[in-house]
Design a protein around this ligand. Structure first.
Ligand SMILES: Nc1nc2c(ncn2[C@@H]2O[C@H](COP(=O)(O)OP(=O)(O)OP(=O)(O)O)[C@@H](O)[C@H]2O)c(=O)[nH]1
Length: 659
């Protein structure tokens, strides 16, 4: 049984073991308690001497929370309080650097910032890692935690504990990190911090006196968060006398400087000019620069064990900086760190260039983006209708959308995305087939390759344990929704008199697309959801085609449970009818299993006259409109003689909200 501070946890809390951070396995060798005079701002802007921070004056921590509970806002305040950034109204989610993060107001990629903080006459080095809150990005959270010894668990004073609060707490707890509960948004009219304190005590077994109540927005009581970081989070357990051993816990690709690795030093030190080796590739590099992220890269020439920073060493190829890799000094090999369990993709989709001449550009964009996001898996794929492309694996639908948006925004790539599918399995029925496929059980990530029933002894579908946290008044409706999604109830726990936590075993394909959306609308936005992998179960699966005037739409081929075929087919046809523009002729939309049509809708004929509003004989204006229409057509996907705007399929598939 897991315990926290010697206390036993609620029985349901004894979760499956997740990855432990390498730090927690090392023995502490702390340096004697030297103090140092604080850096002046001028010194900081120059090159700070990182040797002035003994291990005991370092704290590495992460901020974890449910979506929107205020992680990034708290990070802004901490950056301001420590003078890392100026106090201005413009500082909003400073660490959310990606365009997609700013547009959607969500954190997608974990970010690191080094803060210098003076407390009781000492200057401390604090490394803060801001993490994403959405379930799709929990892999980023696990990785970030590997470079930390403690976390700030932020909980909204009005919303209280939510599904991702629970999931993130256990990631931190199982990694044996110190947890500081921070109740945020106490300025809200409906804030009830005392109720949230009680929830934290009940669910996480953390005494309410340990909770810090703040308003990150107004800055109220934020200073006591920094003090708690120093007092309650232990310094890293590392040894500076040993030769260098650095963990690459993240990496980004810069067009001009190549790979920038985020590293946590577990042993020794690294300097500019050192020759280092990657334990993964065994390639040797010269260190071009090392430094801290403050929050932008600030060269320091040296980094010491216990510190977190960046390293640039002329790694140009996307495969050279593996996340989880260990770096060591040339001629001083060390035992590599355990690395990370690779992220398991939950959703697969085909990605094709709109125009095949764009194939190479798209290939290079995908390669570069996957370096920044190693949780995406890439398989080459091709289709008769769509040409050469890839089948990519994502952690969830939001992850897929964000990846697509980043391809467009950061690399100007326009792509066709096919229906997301979960990784099904098929157990083959005969020795001959097993010989042909070279395995007994095949994984199907492309519905077009779904094997026929005659070849299969049984189909298997992935399942997850889902956690729903909801106000009690919605329990009945939510239970009905879960049942309709073929879920089996496992547990029900009252967090307090008004809030309940439900645990269900769900088939993954029932929740990836629109479960979250339905849950939110059923509960007026109050219920939250999180899930984790729970293996496979047998299922009656069939392949369903969608046809437009008799032509199969490759983007929409899906695998469905037999029970659900009619409902799913009907819904897709209806949605397609709403998102397809009318054309000069009638369009028949059909859902079919083999040759049997199970649902049908019709789009009536219509002609769009772009010149309708052009009175008189302004020929240049007419030409302009016709040219614009022709340009628009280049972006259309043609199936038979039907022209379909690129986003029509996405509209059909996309039912999950942005958050
Ligand atoms: N009233 C009030 N609003 C706050 C406070 N802290 C954050 N917010 C608001 O809550 C919203 C979400 O804040 P973020 O800091 O983006 O939340 P987050 O947890 O980083 O969100 P993700 O990165 O998407 O997981 C924003 O609109 C903030 O302005 C607070 O103390 N009081």
């Amino acid at each position: 049984m897991w315990t926290l501070s010697g206390r036993a946890l609620a029985p349901w809390a004894a979760g499956a073991a997740r990855l432990l951070p390498p730090y927690s396995r090392l023995v502490a060798v702390l340096e004697p308690g030297a103090t140092c005079t604080p850096f002046s701002t001028a010194e900081l802007k120059e090159k700070p001497d990182m040797s002035r921070f003994p291990v005991e004056d370092i704290r590495n921590f992460s901020i974890i929370a449910h979506v929107d509970h205020g992680k990034s806002t708290l990070a802004d305040r901490l950056l301001e309080l420590t003078g890392t950034i100026d106090k201005t109204k413009k500082n909003k989610q400073v660490l959310d650097k990606l365009q997609v993060e700013r547009e959607r107001g969500i954190t997608v990629k974990a970010q690191t910032a080094t803060l210098f903080y003076n407390f009781e006459g000492k200057q401390y080095l604090l490394n803060l890692i801001d993490t994403p809150g959405h379930v799709d990005f929990s892999y980023e959270v696990s990785r970030s935690l590997s470079a930390c010894q403690g976390v700030l668990l932020v909980v909204d004073a009005n919303e209280g504990i939510q599904a991702q609060t629970v999931a993130n707490f256990f990631l931190a707890f199982e990694a044996q990190l110190s947890v500081i509960p921070v109740i945020n948004k106490i300025d809200l009219k409906n804030a009830d911090p005392e109720r949230v304190e009680k929830q934290i005590e009940k669910v996480f077994d953390i005494p309410s006196e340990e909770c810090i109540k703040i308003s990150a927005k107004l800055g109220t009581n934020v200073e006591s968060v920094l003090q708690a970081v120093i007092e309650r989070i232990p310094p890293p357990k590392v040894c500076r006398e040993n030769p260098l051993r650095a963990l690459v816990f993240d990496s980004t690709f810069d067009q001009y400087r190549g790979v920038i690795a985020n590293i946590a030093l577990l042993d020794g030190m690294v300097s500019k000019g050192d020759k280092i080796v990657s334990a993964h590739t065994k390639k040797t590099y010269e260190v071009n620069e090392v430094g801290v992220l403050n929050p932008n890269e600030q060269p320091t020439h040296k980094l010491y064990a216990g510190q977190v920073g960046f390293l640039i060493a002329g790694m140009k190829d996307v495969t050279e900086a593996q996340i989880g890799d260990t770096l060591y000094l040339h001629n001083h090999p060390v035992e590599p760190l355990p690395g990370f369990k690779s992220a398991k993709p939950m959703v697969f989709a085909g990605v094709y260039p709109i125009d095949q001449s764009e194939y190479n550009n798209l290939k290079s964009a995908i390669e570069k983006l996957t370096l920044n996001d190693s949780s995406v898996t890439v398989h080459r794929d091709s289709s008769l209708a769509l040409g050469a492309g890839w089948r990519l694996g994502f952690l969830g639908l939001l992850h897929m959308e964000v990846f697509n948006q980043r391809l467009e925004q950061e690399y100007n790539a326009s792509v066709i995305l096919t229906t997301p599918t979960v990784p099904y399995k098929a157990v083959l029925s005969s020795a001959k087939l097993i010989k042909e496929y070279k395995e007994k059980e095949i994984t199907i990530i492309n519905p077009a390759q779904f094997p026929d029933k005659s070849k299969v002894a049984e189909y298997l579908e992935p399942v997850v344990v889902g956690t729903v946290v909801t106000p009690t008044e919605y329990t009945g409706k939510i239970m009905a929704l879960c049942q309709a999604r073929r879920a089996i109830q496992k547990n029900m726990i009252f967090i307090d008199e008004n809030r309940v936590m439900l645990k269900y075993l769900f088939p993954l394909n029932e929740i990836v697309v629109d479960f979250y959306d339905s849950l939110k609308s059923l509960s007026s936005g109050y219920a939250s959801f999180d899930y984790e992998d729970a293996g496979y179960q047998t299922a009656e699966l069939i392949k369903m085609d969608i046809l437009l005037n008799g032509n199969i739409v490759e983007e929409l081929v899906t695998v469905v449970h037999r029970e659900k075929a009619y409902t799913v087919g009907k819904t897709i046809c209806e949605r397609l009818k709403d998102s397809l523009p009318r054309q000069l002729f009638e369009i028949a939309i059909q859902a079919a299993i083999g040759s049997k049509v199970i649902a049908r809708e019709t789009v009536k004929a219509y002609r769009k006259n772009v010149l309708a509003k052009c009175y008189g004989g302004d020929i240049t204006r007419k030409m302009k409109l016709l040219k614009r229409q022709a340009e628009g057509k280049k972006k259309l996907r043609k199936i038979g003689n039907i022209e379909i705007p690129k986003d029509a399929f996405i509209k059909v598939l996309k039912t999950q909200p942005n958050k």
